[in-house]
Write a protein of this length. Sequence first.
Length: 237
Amino acid sequence: MRRIFLDVSICVVLLALAGGPAGAELGPCRSDGHGSFICGDGVGAARVIDDTSSPSKHLALAWHSTGNPPTEEPRNGDLELLVIRLKDGAVLSRRRTEYWETVGGARVNRLEETATWSPDSHWMVNTFEERFDTPTVDLYAFGGNDQVTGPFDLHEMMERAALGHLNSRVRNDARYSFWVFNDRLRIDNHGLVHAPVMLWVPKDGPERDYDMTLQIMRTAEGLGAKVLSVRPTRGQR
């Protein structure tokens, strides 16, 4: 199967967005008795999202509401996704989200926030999934003193690279949604990312599956990334 190398213009650079030390501390993260952790108390506390802890067990993703505690279904305020330090609940980064899941098991329908870590816990790829597509693929890098660089948007270049392969085969690519199979996404300690992805027309099809490889890197300005190859999966050449 021929490897398809993308033009060097796909390489993108982003300035570091959060290069300083840890921010406000919510309070130590403790077991919630249901397989996860609560960081802090009351309104503004955060609940760690299942299966998002780093291999070092030092960092994780968590959600919180500015208007309700994470033990309740959020009805007021904003929902935020946090990159959090588990020992003291320090917030390293935050962005808006629509995801939530309470201690009692109530959760938002058909939305997921996931984290894929490198084995050394220095890189993390966060995906946000809706019912029919993956609109967010963000890269974070972690250094000494828990300095975090990111988020860096991988979604745009990944979708563009997949559509570039599709354009030679279909006339109307506007119908296609972009999906990342996050359970098979991998990133190694050297920043090499392997991402099974799909372009599909929701519900009715058709779909095209690809194995995508990216190289992510630190640059003088912050973070960079380049799509190295897009290969149709077996049977879809």
